[in-house]
Design a protein around this ligand. Structure first.
Ligand code: HEM
Length: 409
């Protein structure tokens, strides 16, 4: 027998999918993105939205921005918030990050972000480099001639890094990774009872694991983020657990796609791979270009708390405003030949793949570091890396990446 909340979660997920599909059929371009039909190549769709003017309004009443300048300004505009004026968060029932500071507005957002921010200080990031290199080399040494880039390399690397950062004991790491993957899968929708149950059980198990670690670190603190967070006075136990879950999921679900997207792009742009192999020091620039060209987080949603005038239209209070980061990253006003993948591009770093304003990605320095080490190591140690079959794209409109990428050394 299903509980009421399980029924509601499944019904919401199915109803949203059905309505989105109908509106996409009727010509709503934002719903067309959400329908997943253009997942292989959404970029022509973004160009149609861009051609419709500075602010697109779909049949559903959802507004969308594509321009780099408009999106940069919108993300910094205090009138635009993550939650509606009622405090409601869109899709909260299937959002594992609903109770985290990513999904909060001021003042709670700033208070919690300030507590977590010291973990990502540039100096600490530099200290992590040697450990990330050691993990990367260990993973590469273990690879068979043929392997799945995602399960054997792109996923285990950020999982190991975030486990180190949080100080997850060796004995708990497999469990931790397993829960993280189940909870992260909720980003792709929870369309059946099995998935809802699995998700709820994983959230509960994670809570137990974090609670145990918090209690241990209170009496026996270490150098890790959980030890730092338990010492913060202005933080409840629930907030602490939610912050750990946010770091876990943000650490798991994004950098994995940066690495996967990079390898698939290099496979179809061999001249760029040859460049990187010849000059591994281009790795940091390659990371920026991959983030620009195939942004792992393609869009964000905001709601005006005051009527928001832009491009001759007014987005009403509590309206849905989608900011298409992936479209901004191919804005011809900013990037010359935006649809060309070019790791020598000097201005790729202007991309908005990490968002902007108050919610700018806290983990950006860490994922840049992981991406640099990963791409450099692959180019130096696996120069013959090639796809052996079609990569399997992840069916998600929240994160852009692959589930499986079969490759050979
Ligand atoms: C390629 C990798 C990554 C990408 C593309 C990415 C992208 C983003 C984006 C677009 C946002 C803004 C969300 C919004 O404004 O609503 C964000 C926020 C955030 N990211 Fe990342 N991220 C990445 C890696 C990471 C990593 C490795 C971590 C930490 C382990 C992390 C932690 C966070 C946190 C804590 C926030 C919330 C910031 C806030 O609300 O103040 N991210 N990320």
């Amino acid at each position: 027998m299903l509980s009421f909340s399980e029924v509601r979660t499944i019904a919401t997920s199915l109803a949203i999918r059905g309505t989105t599909s109908l509106l996409a059929d009727a010509g709503d371009l934002v719903c067309a993105i959400d329908s997943g039909r253009y997942q292989g190549n959404p970029y022509p769709l973004y160009e149609r939205i861009r051609a419709a003017g500075p602010v697109y309004r779909g049949l559903s009443g959802t507004y969308a921005l594509t321009s780099h300048a408009a999106i940069s300004a919108a993300l910094r505009d205090p009138r635009l918030r993550v939650r509606k004026t009622s405090g409601r968060l869109a899709g909260a029932s299937t959002n594992a990050l609903a109770d985290t500071f990513l999904s909060m507005d001021e003042p709670d957002h700033g208070r919690l972000r300030r507590i977590a921010a010291p973990a990502f200080r540039p100096k600490l990031m530099r200290q992590m480099r040697a450990g990330i290199e050691a993990t990367t080399h260990r993973l590469v040494d273990r690879l068979n001639d043929e392997f799945d880039l995602m399960t054997d390399f792109a996923a285990p690397l950020p999982i190991a890094v975030i486990s180190d950062l949080l100080g997850i004991p060796e004995a708990d790491r497999t469990r931790f990774a397993h829960y993280g993957q189940i909870v992260g899968r909720a980003f792709d929708g929870l369309g059946n009872r099995g998935l809802v149950r699995e998700y709820q059980a994983a959230v509960a198990d994670l809570r137990n694991l974090f609670t145990r670690l918090m209690n241990e670190r209170r009496t026996n603190p270490g150098e890790d983020v959980i030890s730092a967070l338990v010492q913060a006075e202005d933080l409840t136990a629930d907030e602490l657990i939610a912050t750990c879950r946010l770091l876990l999921l943000a650490g798991f679900e994004t950098t994995v796609n940066l690495i996967g997207n990079a390898v698939v792009l290099f496979d179809s742009h061999r001249d760029q791979w040859d460049l990187l192999k010849g000059q591994p020091n281009l790795a940091p620039r390659a990371v920026e270009e991959v983030l620009r060209f195939e942004s792992p987080v393609p869009a964000l949603l905001r709601h005006p708390h005051e009527p928001f005038e832009i491009g001759g239209r007014v987005v009403p209070v509590d309206g849905d405003l989608v900011v298409l980061l992936a479209a901004a990253n191919r804005d011809p006003e900013v990037f010359t030949e935006p649809h060309r993948f070019d790791i020598t591009r000097e201005d790729a770093v202007e991309h908005l793949a990490f968002g902007g304003g108050a919610h700018y990605c806290l983990g950006a320095p860490l994922s840049r570091l992981e991406g640099d080490v990963a791409l450099r190591t692959l180019a130096e140690q696996l120069p013959g890396l090639r796809l052996t079959g079609a990569p399997l794209r992840r069916k998600s409109t929240v994160v852009r990446g692959y589930l499986h990428v079969p490759v050979t050394k």
